[in-house]
Design a protein around this ligand. Sequence first.
Ligand SMILES: [Zn+2]
Length: 433
Amino acid sequence: MPPPDGPLPPTEVRRPSDDERAGRRVLRNVNVVDVRAGVVRDRQDVLIADGRIQRVGKRLEATESVDLAGRYVMPSLIDLHVHPGVMVGLRMDANGQSPERVEHDLQVWLRYGVTTVQSMGLDRPFVFDSAFSGARLLSVGNGFGVEDGVPPVSMQPPLGPLRITDRAEIRHSLQRLVERGASGVKIWYDDWYRQMPKMATDVARTIIEISRELGLRSQAHVYYVDDAQSLLQAGLDVLAHMPRDRIVDQTFIKAMRASNAVVIPTITVPESNVAYEARPDWLSDPLLERFLPPGAREYLASKELAEAIRAKPEFPELWPDLERAKRNTALLYEAGARVAFGTDSGVSNRIIGFAEHRELEHLVNLGVTPADALRMATLINAEVLGLSDDVGSIEAGRRADLVVLRNNPLESISHTRTIESVWQDGVQVAGAL
Ligand SMILES: [Zn+2]
């Protein structure tokens, strides 16, 4: 059974005019989710002008008003680790990334309440020169890998990672990233269960070192706890996945706490690597298929896919990987390390939009409070991206990027799925999911 790739359901995202964006309006009587304080403020008015929140309070006036009595409004979600435009439906086609595909995926994120995403590598240069509708896109460009290593060799420049080792060449490529406005640099530092060569430590250190000098945030795909530790020592800023070859020890926890680095757990990664082997119960969730082609559920529940997973040489490690990723996330969270939010959605059967809500649920199931889970996906992610004055909270001065919910997400994190509308720059751009 080939993975279904079409036809894709329409995203139905609105493109507001400049006039609409410049308008002044008030959202009335809405319960505001204050992610900073971790509380809901009942029956507030949110005054918006020029796409930004002007004030949150009582009895605020504007000629245009929307009554949201009984509803909840939270800042929209930010995902620090995604890949737009490399899957068509459930078919992987990284080399076919195009502006149309990227925009489609960005619109799907928007429908699920995700309005800012960082693409973690595999991007063609056009992403830096294009204005897309949908979620706001930040990108690290190609990313850096190693000859014949992860991600798979079929992805080559201009799409795949740069596999260079020469210091001058590395510096030149990093300078290009800065010029293009990249949100950081991505390194793949992994041997994929000892099946592939890993980037030389010197090369990784060189990339991190020069990135720091140029003011580029360095972010690495890592699997081994020891690798994570050595890259942190070299000055790495972001662990793009939870290391999970073993349970983290006090040395690692201390290293995380001592650095200003963040880790993005991406529990959805080890989960999607193995879960379809056992027909997960969430396959019947209507939100899963909302923007997937016909046959998607059948494909994900198919015996063929289950067998393909079981046939992988790394299969014996995959279920333990999931458990270790959860445990390590819980340990780091409890110890007060900086934990950010991301899913790696858009590749390897990680469903765009659905994965973000699933990740929030994972976090809460392993002991993170709903308020902290939302904080990771809003405030902390905004901080990591250097966009704290711009997004991540419902406060004066921030962009009015909002999600209106039917139910209180602090009461149950699954209520983030009860989306009634999504707002971007103060204008409603999407309706109910
Ligand atoms: Zn990724």
